[in-house]
Design a protein around this ligand. Structure first.
Ligand SMILES: [Zn+2]
Length: 179
């Protein structure tokens, strides 16, 4: 069983990335299409779904891999946490203000930082500049505002694998729900 490692993520951009599934079909990581091709050519993985077009190497031409599955099971040491970033917060909140549902352009701390509120998933929301400015150093309760949903740490395979990235539609079957 040794010698099989989680493939290191290559420079992966939308359309040039492949989803790697564990032998159990559980989503494992996202790698560059080239890296996925290497896994296929070295028979460490099998192709599950193809993208559009072909990849040419000196020896072979193969369809661009979109989803590949490792032949050997890889033990995942621990679930990767989704790191807190501006982009990830916007993605979680779908670019909508948590207070008025308008387009969000700022990040608001529900319990203001000046009053001990932490910079953690459970205390940050996407907000429009207007609401953020109006709220200032107050809590939603003091403003008489309600949060439509309590902010939480994003969960699920899609988030674990992708963080804030938008998944390739071909991966949907394997990623399930985003929350
Ligand atoms: Zn707003």
């Amino acid at each position: 069983m040794s010698g099989t490692h989680i493939p290191s993520p290559g420079p992966a951009t939308n359309g040039h990335a492949a989803l790697v599934l564990n032998a159990t079909y559980e989503p494992l990581c996202v790698v560059s299409v080239r890296r996925a091709a290497v896994l296929l050519l070295s028979e460490k993985a099998e192709a599950i779904t193809h993208g559009e077009g072909f990849l040419q190497s000196a020896l072979k031409t193969i369809p661009i891999p979109s989803v590949v599955r490792l032949n050997r099971y890889v033990k995942v040491p621990h679930l990767r946490k989704v790191s807190l970033s501006r982009r990830a917060i916007f993605a979680r909140d779908r670019w909508r203000c948590a207070y008025c549902a308008g387009p969000a352009e700022t990040i608001d701390h529900v319990m203001p930082r000046s009053r001990g509120g932490g910079h953690v998933w459970e205390n940050v929301v996407a907000a429009c500049a207007r609401c953020n400015h109006k709220k200032g150093d107050k809590t939603p309760k003091e403003m008489g505002w309600r949060l439509a949903t309590a902010p939480t740490v994003p969960k699920g395979a899609a988030w674990r694998v992708l963080g804030h990235r938008t998944p390739d539609p071909r991966w949907e079957l394997w990623l399930g729900s985003r929350n």
